[in-house]
Design a protein around this ligand. Structure first.
Ligand SMILES: [Zn+2]
Ligand SMILES: [Zn+2]
Length: 159
């Protein structure tokens, strides 16, 4: 049994400390990119937080294990927001304008208890539709972090 955590607190999956306000997360989501504007728009559905942490240091300690559990290796060259990326599993093409599975880590802050705003997002891996057709995934972790990433439409700036 898990003990109850107050709604506005997180518990770090690595060091078990309780915290709020700033949260580091590894998550997977179905998303597609709308190109054709100066800043591509990312449409996110079915966002699923896998684990959350109190710090980047704790995230880094867990990252390999989390991705191993998902069966998705992190490529040496991380995915970017470009029209065609490379699948982390089969090395085939991923059409980024079609819904595809994306793994990412982010840092987010609560401006108020109910609004979580990402301030830094890094893509870990993308997976093509042959390796992972679009469906709602069963979570493999006991405790799924519920947060507002599903509603977030992120503006991603190309560099
Ligand atoms: Zn921690
Ligand atoms: Zn693939």
């Amino acid at each position: 049994m898990m003990d109850t955590i107050p709604e506005d607190e997180y518990e770090c999956f690595e060091c078990r400390v309780r915290f709020k306000e700033r949260v580091f997360t590894i998550s997977r989501e179905w998303e597609r990119v709308h190109f054709g504007q100066a800043i591509p728009e990312i449409e996110v559905v079915d966002a699923d937080g896998l684990e959350c942490y109190c710090s980047m240091a704790c995230l880094l300690k867990r990252r390999d294990e989390v991705m191993a559990r998902e069966g998705v290796p992190i490529p040496i060259r991380r995915p970017q927001i470009i029209p065609v990326e490379i699948c982390a599993k089969c090395a085939g093409p991923v059409d980024m304008s079609e819904f595809h599975l994306t793994y990412l880590e982010d840092e987010a802050v609560h401006n108020d208890p109910y609004i979580l705003r990402p301030i830094d997002v890094d893509y870990l891996a993308v997976v093509c539709r042959r390796c992972q057709p679009h469906e709602i995934l069963q979570s493999t972790s006991e405790s799924v972090v519920d947060f507002n990433a599903a509603e977030a439409k992120r503006d991603v700036i190309l560099d």
